[in-house]
Design a protein around this ligand. Structure first.
Ligand SMILES: *Cc1c(COP(=O)(O)O)cnc(C)c1O
Length: 368
């Protein structure tokens, strides 16, 4: 039996001794930030690894989201999902944009494209969907609506590092996609993030915006922000990249073992694998149905008593937080699927260092 508490995730860290040479290089060349050598190396290496044309690195995913909205000059109303991490909608409020929440699809748990059109008004300028748990949104249906109504599409791809569909990287869809490299994510740089963008001109604009709007030494072209990723983060990213395929393989094995151990338990519903051809196994969500002997919260507490800390992710819905409650789109009746799922969801621990013993213990605890 393991004595240590197990959390829903444990940040993946490569061996410390492998990081030392990177730090020595930083100390030697005295470049700490502002588009330093590690920053530029990581930007290129990640674009290649992920299979995207251009990538702009950021200090974190939230600054990347804020900047993506600024880069496309999004205003008015934006259609988004209540079933996400609060940062998704918070970045709209920070840009003085009104979030319009639309319900999710019961199978993918992503924004339901069939409900988007009814939420469009003359003030709508964009759609901000999330690839929840790394499962791809219905990107084609969303793009068709965006084209018909002349809307921009920004994907919150914070969960979707490395995910591919039939045609390649999931990040190629929409106008922009935003990644997070936060400690809890599949690929981490401590804190970090990026915007994937299709063309060189947009990439340049984003690079200006993340550095206060500076172009050259004395010209400022926009009211930009400080969104830059520093050299320590970038160096960690370069090292993480060397270990990422191993980490993903371990996640895959854990996912397989959970599916094998849990799929026959009445009242525990697993999300089917999505439409992706390359998955990242970022999360392992289960839906606790009425036929399970315990309620979701009773099960959550039972795990917690055994020092296994699942996470009710996403609960509450974003639309239930006080700063959103006054909006017209937050009525639970209009968000019935998201409301139901958020009351039944638990994400189980999944991270490369999770041992088979601990995994089996978690499966045992879930087995009535
Ligand atoms: C983690 C996360 C973010 C925020 O990213 P940070 O890097 O933590 O700022 C945004 N959206 C979703 C869906 C996330 O999971």
């Amino acid at each position: 039996m393991s004595a240590k508490p197990i959390y829903v995730t444990q940040p993946h860290l490569p061996p410390l001794e492998e990081f030392i040479p990177y730090l020595e290089q930083i100390w030697d060349n005295k470049r700490l930030t502002n588009s330093g050598p590690f920053h530029n190396q990581l930007e290129q290496a990640l674009a290649e690894y992920l299979g995207v044309e251009h990538l702009a690195l950021f200090a974190n995913g939230t600054l990347a989201l804020l900047t993506a909205l600024q880069a496309l000059r999004i205003t008015g109303e934006v259609i988004t999902t209540p079933y996400s991490f609060v940062a998704t909608a918070h970045t709209l409020l920070w840009n003085e944009i009104q979030p319009v929440f639309v319900d999710i699809d019961p199978h993918t748990l992503n924004l339901d494209p069939n409900r988007i059109e009814a939420a469009i008004t003359p003030r709508t300028t964009a759609i901000l969907p999330v690839h929840v748990y790394g499962n791809p949104c219905d990107v084609e249906a969303i793009q068709t609506i965006a084209d018909n109504y002349n809307l921009k599409v920004i994907y919150d791809a914070a969960h979707a590092f490395g995910v591919q569909d039939q045609g390649g990287s999931i990040l190629r869809h929409g106008d922009l996609s935003v990644l997070s490299f936060h400690a809890t994510k599949v690929f981490n740089t401590c804190e970090g993030g990026a915007i994937a963008c299709p063309d060189d001109k947009t990439k340049q604009h984003i690079d200006h915006l993340k550095n206060f709007g500076f172009v050259g030494e004395t010209t400022v072209v926009a009211s930009g922000i400080n969104g830059k990723m520093n050299e320590m983060q970038s160096a960690l990213g370069l090292l993480q990249l060397k270990h990422v395929s191993q980490a993903l393989a371990r996640r895959h094995a854990i996912d397989d073992q959970y599916r094998e151990g849990l799929s026959h338990i009445p009242g525990i519903r697993l999300l089917p694998r999505g439409s992706q051809v390359v998955d990242n196994h970022a999360y392992f969500p289960i839906v606790v149905e009425d036929t399970y002997p315990l309620s979701r919260d009773q099960l959550y507490d039972k795990l917690k008593a055994a020092d296994i800390h699942g996470r009710r992710y996403f609960y509450p819905l974003i639309s239930e937080f006080p700063m959103y409650r006054g909006l017209p789109s937050v009525q639970a009746a209009d968000l019935a699927v998201a409301t139901e799922i958020s009351r039944r969801i638990i994400c189980l621990p999944i991270f490369p260092a999770l041992s088979d013993d601990d995994l089996n213990r978690i499966i045992q605890l879930l087995t009535p």
